[in-house]
Design a protein around this ligand. Structure first.
Ligand code: HEM
Ligand code: NAG
Ligand code: NAG
Length: 320
């Protein structure tokens, strides 16, 4: 009898864990006793970093996305290479592109001062991305916490799991579904491209070779992005041409006007199944913001390390 109750409990637990996306242990109050000053500590570093450079809010938000898509939200993107180990920073989607690591270091050292050895780098990324969104005028949400930090990273997984800007719609849908996110999650999370910048190398083919693009928009982008590959590759252009430091719904307005900067952006509005969602967000900013907040919570639930798995890193750049 006792055995079968035990077995039943185990089965129930499994079902619960599966339903919760294996994130049953994450909760907003995870550090309420162990680090009551956590939120204010993170927030003040994020705000001053954005005050210095508004783009930093975009860069921090993107770090969380690139962390979560590669073996879950486990801080793996933050690990530096060592002589015996190649991490994710030099993977194709991150190299010369992912930024904000110094700000994460600043947050980590501020947090270590108020509660040493308690808060994971993975959770710091989750909070910093929420605070960045809010600081630039976007929605807020309750960040679920309790993730632990990976002791390894995978360059191969980073190459393979983070979608490329050359992706077509089906590829975008499948890379999100590979981590348990829906097509609608993909469309609404892409709204992050209402802030931040992209490099010429990532939009050159679109502005010179594609036809589903507003011609005056393409023309103006060519001014700072030469046709020849290798020249001006790192020149920047805003992902949202009008308001790149304001978290609004202009990204979707741009798509409807064929002014998406990346090939992958315009894939969401190109006479396809996601057109109606894009059109909806282009006219309903508050629906965009509330759906975005919900999808960020969902993204933050991707395969966290919990319990005794992983560790709480002392320095986000290396394992303990
Ligand atoms: C849907 C598939 C996506 C693709 C193909 C994609 C691709 C890109 C590319 C190519 C850049 C420019 C990088 C560079 O040129 O250095 C970029 C920037 C950015 N992405 Fe995405 N992205 C996607 C989804 C997302 C998601 C889900 C988020 C956040 C939740 C996000 C947040 C950002 C932000 C904020 C920037 C600007 C970063 C900065 O200025 O430092 N992206 N993305
Ligand atoms: C990942 O991509 C980069 C850049 O294209 C390449 O140099 C590296 O070898 C790739 N790494 C793995 C493990 O596939
Ligand atoms: C445009 O397409 C042509 C033909 O496919 C190709 O040769 C060329 O390199 C492309 N140019 C850019 C800037 O991508």
């Amino acid at each position: 009898m006792a055995v079968s109750v035990k077995a039943l409990t185990a089965v129930l637990l499994c079902v619960l864990v599966l339903v919760g996306g294996c994130s049953a242990q994450l909760s907003p109050g995870f550090y309420s006793k162990s680090c009551p000053k956590l939120f204010q500590t993170v927030n003040s570093v994020v705000r001053s970093a954005i005050q210095k450079e508004a783009r930093m809010g975009a860069s921090l938000l993107r770090l969380f996305f690139h962390d979560c898509f590669v073996n879950g939200c486990d801080g793996s993107i933050l690990l530096d290479d060592t002589s015996s180990f190649t991490g994710e920073k030099r993977a194709a989607p991150n190299f010369q592109s992912a930024r904000g690591f110094e700000v994460i270091d600043q947050i980590k050292s501020a947090v270590e001062k108020v509660c040493p050895g308690v808060v994971s780098c993975a959770d710091i990324l989750a909070i910093a991305s929420r605070d960045s969104t809010v600081t630039l005028g976007g929605p807020s949400w309750n960040v679920k916490l309790g993730r632990r930090d990976a002791r390894t990273a995978s360059q191969a997984a980073a190459n393979n799991s983070i979608p490329a800007p050359t992706s077509n719609l089906n590829r975008l849908i499948s890379s999100f579904s590979a981590v348990g996110l829906s097509t609608n999650d993909m469309v609404v999370l892409s709204g992050s491209h209402t802030i931040g910048q992209a490099r010429c190398t990532n939009f050159r083919a679109r502005i010179y070779n594609e036809s589903n693009i507003d011609s005056s928009f393409a023309q103006s982008r060519k001014g700072n992005c030469p046709r020849a590959s290798g020249s001006g590759d790192n020149n920047l252009a805003p992902l949202d041409l009008q308001t790149p430091i304001k978290f609004d719904n202009n990204y979707y307005v741009n798509l409807v006007n064929k002014k998406g900067l990346l090939h992958s952006d315009q894939q969401l509005f190109n006479g396809v199944s996601t057109d109606s969602t894009v059109r909806g967000y282009s006219t309903n900013p508050s629906k965009f913001k509330s759906d975005f907040a919900a999808a960020m919570i969902k993204m933050g639930d991707i395969k966290p390390l919990t319990g005794n798995n992983g560790e709480i890193r002392k320095n986000c750049r290396r394992r303990n």
